[in-house]
Design a protein around this ligand. Sequence first.
Ligand code: 13P
Length: 283
Amino acid sequence: MLTSMKSILDNAKKGRYGVAYFNATDLHMIKAYINAAETLQAPIIIGTSEGLLKQYGDFEWLAPLLVQAARIACIPVAIHLDHTYNESTIMRAIDYGFGSVMFDGSRLSYKENKKRSKALVEYAHSQKVAVELGLGCVGGLSDENGTVDRVRHTDPDIAEEFVHETECDFLAVSIGTVHGDYKSEPDLKLDLLQTLKNRIPCPLVLHGGSGLSDDAFKNVVCSGISKVNIYTDIIHAGTEALLDRQSKNYADCLLSAEKSMCEAAMKKIKVLGGANKASNEQQ
Ligand code: 13P
């Protein structure tokens, strides 16, 4: 059932549980996520990002796969465009049927980020598409020149003004997580998260969800996060299954990677509290 991220996250915020967002680059990942969510009767958000599209394929074939998989699923599935730096990519995603998009202005000055975000939200809303913006920087991603983003925590005063002025639907916050593998134990600023939750009216998003302990997941949801983005841990699960090579048959190897990614996704959905929440969308 193709659903909007707005509906899924408004319900999650109200019900105080977390929903997983997973990035996909091919059919096996999409099938793994939907199978995981169907098994657990959970709402789910899947999609891709500008960087992944550049590396692994274009909207032309990935968007129809995502949208059709969502349509035929027995649970609510939202299709979302993750980290995007160019308005033209966002326009294309909207044309391809994505229900929500993320504009990442973390590499811009605050003034430029606000100006471009505001214009984008206005356009997206006119197309009935919701927008996730971010403030501060989670870090760990690299730009076209290979420069890795540095962590900047979200400032609550600026965040409040930013959300109010841009009228975005969701805000991604930086409270100590990092994209990719951790080199040391993440230092999560739960007090900062509580402050942000008390001052920001829209659902809050946490990027860099791989490598967090079960307790960390529970704590961030308890302190106000409605959506957690996860990619690296799923890639690890799929890669391990492929390296394990239980079969010499290409198609069977892919199936075993799919199974392993499905199991990894189920663990994340469960610990976020998303299991058995699918029916919230049907009311
Ligand atoms: P990880 O790869 O660290 O799980 O982060 C994913 C993410 O935040 C995508 O936006």
